[in-house]
Design a protein around this ligand. Structure first.
Ligand code: SF4
Length: 445
């Protein structure tokens, strides 16, 4: 779930490359009717991009279309149309945005048409909404649907049984359906080759993420990070284009480290890194730039985020392994961030706070997404207890502009940064400051 093409807030060369890649992908989709290329609708968490490419299938990620619509100011009308057609206000706004887009002619974010699916590949990674979403699409399109059920990491680990369960589904259900839809036989050697490229790109991607350990951080790992995850979380994992993109991005970031530069922000180069923050939760897309500026105006840089792990957690060591092709796909699916239990999330965020020497951590709780939002107040307290740094809490939504209250969020963020400042200068006890973070700057729901 990434930003990629929507606004011109970053100006690095890799950004141009990435924009071109994504634009070309949408071009291919728009001309799929003439070229005969087939497509699979599927989801970002637990996506099987390398496998789809083995069958010549173009991935279509409905969440990406929704967030792009949000950034381009189109989501309000799509959501409103979906609500008029009977979808409740409580339904995840990605779903309503996607449904509204489909009912408005299925023109994608770049204006080209999105072809109807040849197959719906429902990778179920813990979000019940995924099932209801594709049930809706199945009623609209006359095409096969296949589900990959990915077990939740309730016990905090992947067991052999869980892995075998996923591999068996891949072998006995998913691959046969993809073969029948495309008329192409599964080629395991081709999959291995693609997975090799995935691992190469993942190595460079992790290097980029970990560059934020430097002071100043050369990247913003949340607002900037959503651009970096674009290719690897969407249609490009396992391709030469992704390998080239991440190599170029890594070189750019290394150059920034050598020059002692901070990240490129909405208004240009960072002047002074005043606060280093870890962020949990997805961004708001309808006011993305405004939200980012609330951080950058304060000199706050996000040094690590959980959102950039929603389509794969690589910085804890996972790489696609070409020697275990189906097993590695299973491990990948089960390892996505929202498939981790709460203690694992707490551990991960606490580790980020320590490893990246953050001044604190902030939760952006989005109304739409229970996969993220359930348990976030518990996470807030647990991470505060585990690392003794103040947590903050703001609320917004993914693509419904009605839930972005700019004044309220700005106010909370300013209070939060002030409180960190006071702590630094010795004002107030840590206990008092922490209570202010969760209560005053954050506020319970
Ligand atoms: S509830 Fe969350 S995980 Fe589920 S579809 Fe909506 S945004 Fe995605």
């Amino acid at each position: 779930m990434s930003a990629s093409t929507a606004t011109d807030v970053r100006k690095d060369a890799s950004q141009d490359r990435q924009k071109a890649m994504i634009a070309e992908h949408f071009e291919r989709l728009a001309h799929a009717g003439e070229s005969g290329e087939k497509c699979a609708y599927t989801f970002v968490p637990g996506n099987l991009t390398e496998l789809l490419h083995c069958f010549g299938l173009l991935p279509v990620l409905p969440e990406i279309n929704a967030l792009q619509s949000g950034m381009r100011g189109k989501s309000r009308d799509y959501i409103s149309l979906a609500e008029k057609l009977g979808h409740s206000e409580d339904v995840c706004t990605y779903v309503k945005c996607d449904f509204g887009m489909m009912k408005s002619g299925n023109l994608g974010p770049t204006g080209g048409s999105i072809p109807p699916p040849d197959v719906l590949l429902l990778s179920y990674t813990g979000c019940f909404t995924f099932m209801k979403w594709f049930e809706i699409l199945q009623r609209e399109y006359d095409c096969p649907m296949v589900m990959l059920h990915v077990p939740y990491q309730g016990g905090g680990a992947v067991t052999d049984n869980m892995r075998r369960y996923v591999v068996d589904q891949l072998r006995e259900k998913v691959i046969p359906v993809l073969e029948s839809v495309t008329g192409k036989k599964f080629d395991e050697d081709e999959l291995r080759e693609r997975l090799r490229k995935s691992a190469q790109a993942e190595e460079d991607f992790v290097h980029v993420l970990e560059s934020a350990r430097h002071r100043p951080s050369p990247i913003d790992a949340y607002f900037g990070g959503v651009y970096y995850i674009g290719p690897i979380f969407t249609a490009f994992r396992g391709t030469d284009a992704a390998v080239d993109y991440y190599r170029e991005l890594r070189a750019e970031v290394d150059e920034r480290v050598r020059n002692g530069q901070g990240p490129v922000l909405p208004d240009g180069e960072l002047k002074e890194e005043r606060f280093r923050i870890v962020v949990e939760g997805p961004p708001n897309w309808t006011h993305f730039r405004e939200f980012w500026k609330m951080f950058s105006d304060e000199g706050a840089v996000v040094v690590a985020s959980t959102y950039t792990k929603v389509g794969g957690v690589y910085d804890l060591g996972f790489r696609h392994d070409p020697d275990r092709p189906l097993e590695t796909l299973a491990d990948y699916c089960m390892g996505c961030y929202t498939n981790l239990n709460l203690p694992s999330r707490v551990k991960m965020i606490s580790q980020y706070v320590r490893d990246y020497q953050a001044d604190g951590f902030l939760i952006n709780s989005v109304k739409s997404c229970n996969s993220f939002s359930a348990g976030q107040l518990l996470i807030l307290r647990e991470v505060e207890n585990a690392c003794g740094r103040p947590g903050g809490f703001v609320e917004s939504d993914l693509v419904d502009p009605r839930y972005f209250s700019a004044a309220n969020i700005k106010n909370r963020l300013e209070s939060y940064f002030q409180m960190i400042e006071q702590k630094r200068s010795g004002g107030g006890s840590p206990e008092g400051a922490d209570a202010g973070a969760g209560g005053g700057a954050g506020g319970g729901r």
